[in-house]
Design a protein around this ligand. Sequence first.
Ligand code: SF4
Length: 214
Amino acid sequence: MDATQKWAYERRIADLVKVLEENKFGTAVAKDKEDAKRIVMDMIPEGSTIAVGGSVTLNETGILDEIRSDKYKFIDRYNTPNFEAMLEKYREGYHADVFVSSTNAITMTGELVNIDCTGNRTSQIVFGPKKVIIVAGANKICDTLDEGLKRAKSIAPMNARRITHKTPCATDDNIQCSNCHSAARVCNVTSIVTGCHYFPGRITIVLVPEPLGY
Ligand code: SF4
């Protein structure tokens, strides 16, 4: 990517790390998406049970492919015969050794912001799995909590379309939120994690100075 853009991302991430550490998150800074994959996989002992949140970033970095290796016990939410079986996988995830996900937004005031359909991702970031690893490209960084909430909401239509939910915002000619009451609504739960003071370092955030996901 453009060297000046990368430099700007690196400066922003350096400032963000200080704030996140004050909020008792673990942090790691990757050079690029390949390095992010190495950092994440080095953090997960072989034999670990792993659950994941739905994430474009985990695909783009190749982390999801690594998690599928025989070295780990992947609680595979993507390989289920029906919706009930998928929900069972979500429930199993609460007992995972590690939960790996991205985030919809991360703020310069040190918060993680996420919007979920079922709430499995938001809730497992909050409590359950012993360790949580969040991988975030610099495009996810927002100045304030208000901007983080706006960002999370602004990408909900794309997420609805990605997971083929038939919401009004994910049709061929509309990407506007109508605050729908669709059964397929993807905006049912909003979570804001403001710190890890009670479980310092339970959540580690791997920051990458390039755009990842949306
Ligand atoms: S509330 Fe409904 S219309 Fe609005 S972004 Fe969420 S799913 Fe789309």
